[in-house]
Design a protein around this ligand. Structure first.
Ligand code: DC
Length: 233
């Protein structure tokens, strides 16, 4: 069973994906981590961030890897663990260039589909999982929340990771990413057809995961030939 979760930065999708996957006993894939690790590799190699071919070469390379585990993902670059480094504001400030590269997106979507085929069942989260990577997913979710709430969550996460950031910086970074995620020419962030909307502004993470797990259970109980309308109703 493939379950997709899409939504803007700070909507709570990473935590929800991780917890939902743990509850269902399947791996989860954080596709944002793929864009982040390619960003870090490009920054380290000083590749021009507008050079589509140069960026695609990095995305295709075998010097980075992402290990989708049951409750965590581990990112490596040249064998070094960069799981924490890819979460820094420095990397976040540059991901939009990598996310806007059509060739990088093609390489990463192909890799996501390979992982999905290999694992059989997974929860995968990002911006284009239900719309582009897995349009035939069994269950699709679209998470969103008010920007102030999303910024507050990111701010607390970054503080917990020891980053010295201001709330104003986090808000600016989120607003920039919203803008570039929804306006880019390739695979802009949009609600996938047939997605179940979850507004997380007023919900705790437990409430979000409970709601999602109930939907997954509902779909799993439907006969496999059930019509799309029945699945979406
Ligand atoms: O979810 P995140 O903040 O870790 O995402 C990092 C960047 O990658 C962000 O700029 C959005 C982009 N992204 C994307 O374009 N498509 C995805 N499937 C996942 C992330």
């Amino acid at each position: 069973m493939i379950i997709t979760i899409d939504g803007p930065a700070g909507s709570g999708k990473s935590t929800a994906a991780r917890k939902l996957a743990a509850r269902l006993g399947v791996p989860y894939l954080d596709t944002g981590a793929m864009y982040r690790v390619v960003t870090l590799a490009a920054l380290r190699r000083r590749v021009d961030l507008h050079d589509d071919a140069g960026l695609a070469e990095i995305a295709r390379g075998d010097d980075w890897d992402l290990d989708p585990g049951p409750t965590h993902i581990r990112a490596t670059l040249h064998g070094d663990d960069v799981t924490e480094e890819i979460r820094s504001m420095y990397v976040a400030d540059h991901t939009r260039f990598i996310a806007a590269s059509p060739s990088v997106r093609a390489v990463l979507v192909a890799r996501q589909r390979e992982i999905g085929a290999r694992l059989g069942s997974m929860v995968t989260e990002g911006r284009d999982q239900g719309s582009v990577a897995f349009p035939n997913a069994d269950v699709k979710f679209y998470l969103d929340a008010a920007i102030d709430k999303r910024a507050e969550r990111r701010f607390h996460e970054l503080l917990a990771e020891g980053e010295e950031v201001s709330m104003a910086d986090v808000l600016r970074n989120l607003a920039e990413r919203d803008e570039s995620d929804s306006r880019r020419a390739v695979a802009p962030l949009r609600r996938p057809d047939g997605a179940i909307d979850v507004d997380t502004t007023q919900l705790s993470i437990h409430e979000v995961v409970d709601r999602m797990a109930a939907e997954v259970e509902r779909v799993a109980l439907l006969p496999s030939g059930a019509s799309t309308e029945a699945r979406e109703s």
